[in-house]
Design a protein around this ligand. Structure first.
Ligand SMILES: Nc1nc2c(ncn2[C@@H]2O[C@H](COP(=O)(O)OP(=O)(O)OP(=O)(O)O)[C@@H](O)[C@H]2O)c(=O)[nH]1
Ligand SMILES: [Mg+2]
Length: 295
């Protein structure tokens, strides 16, 4: 039998579980996840390789009205991903249902060239009525080929989604080697881990204005220890105080959670040094956006 492969864009409103779902399918965390909307800021590739089949997922930022240049960039990333794929996976959250914003996005997908498959996620947390309501609305759109109800958290029905998506893969090459799960460089993965922990631990408006830059990843002691230097950027002096916390407690917490994950990623003991810097209104500044990889 011939080899089948293709690219699949994952798109949906913020916080519906797109990144969690991609991580589940890939079998490894490649895209960071948090309870806050607008966690994903860039296109994140996740590769699923099976015998005779390769599916290349593109996780994208949740589609939401842009409030700054970073937001505009994120919207662009989400929409552009639709042009380069064999299939579109629209993700909705069963617990919040198909809201006006989901419907507006769905309307945009109506004109897309690629076939659309929908996932109704968070089935583990939704009532049967909520699930039915979401499924019915998606069905009424008229162009959604398959609708799969699942849970990215428990893995329930994930295989059903894989088979729905694989039916849209076409005869093609194995794009990436068997052991490759993402195209993100180490530096980006490390910065994202730090950002994930900051998103998890900080509250209110602080997390949204955070960016992370990694200045150094360097081995020493004959490779037994790796130094990682990273800076957390925020938008205001007041935010800097919150990120550092009382006697440095918050920064310490962020650092210790991040170090744990970075050690797992790099497979070596890590000395993580974190700094916090204020860059006034950086989400509107092209130079900083470029520096942090949002270009
Ligand atoms: N109960 C439940 N929670 C889930 C499920 N999938 C994701 N979540 C949670 O939903 C929240 C958002 O998950 P993400 O994967 O970051 O969502 P996203 O769609 O990628 O969000 P953005 O990147 O901001 O657009 C996190 O707290 C997840 O743990 C699920 O199947 N069930
Ligand atoms: Mg995401």
């Amino acid at each position: 039998m011939s080899y089948r492969s293709g690219f699949i864009a994952i798109i949906g409103s913020p916080n519906v579980g797109k990144s969690t779902l991609m991580n589940l399918l890939v079998g490894q965390k490649v895209s960071i996840v948090s309870p806050r909307a607008q966690t994903t800021r860039n296109r994140v590739m996740g590769v699923v390789t099976r015998p005779g089949l390769q599916m290349v997922f593109l996780d994208t930022p949740g589609v939401a009205a842009a409030r700054n240049r970073l937001g505009e960039y994120m919207l662009g990333v989400a929409y552009e991903s639709l042009n380069e794929v064999e299939c579109i996976l629209f993700v909705a959250d069963a617990t919040s249902g198909i809201r006006a914003r989901d419907e507006a996005l769905l309307e945009k997908l109506r004109g897309a060239k690629a076939p659309v498959v929908a996932a109704v996620n968070k089935a583990d947390a939704a009532s049967p009525e909520q699930i039915e309501a979401a499924r019915a609305k998606l069905g009424r759109a008229g162009f959604v080929g398959q609708i799969v109800v699942l849970s990215a958290k428990t893995g329930e029905n994930a295989e059903e989604l894989v088979s729905a998506l694989s039916s849209h893969m076409e005869e093609g090459p194995q794009y990436f080697p068997d052991d490759m799960v993402t195209d993100q460089p180490e530096r980006v993965l490390v910065a994202e881990i730090v950002r994930e922990k900051a998103l998890e631990l900080l509250s209110e408006e602080v997390p949204h204005g955070i960016g992370v830059g990694v200045e150094k990843i360097g081995a020493r002691e004959g490779g037994r220890l790796t130094d990682v230097y990273a800076t957390i950027y925020c938008e205001r002096e007041g935010h800097k105080g919150i990120i550092i916390g009382k006697q440095g407690a918050m920064l310490k917490k962020i650092g210790s959670l991040a170090r744990h994950d970075i050690e797992w990623l790099l497979g070596v003991r890590v000395n993580l040094q974190l700094w916090v810097k204020v860059k006034d209104d950086w989400r509107n500044k092209e130079s900083v956006l470029r520096e942090l990889g949002y270009e």
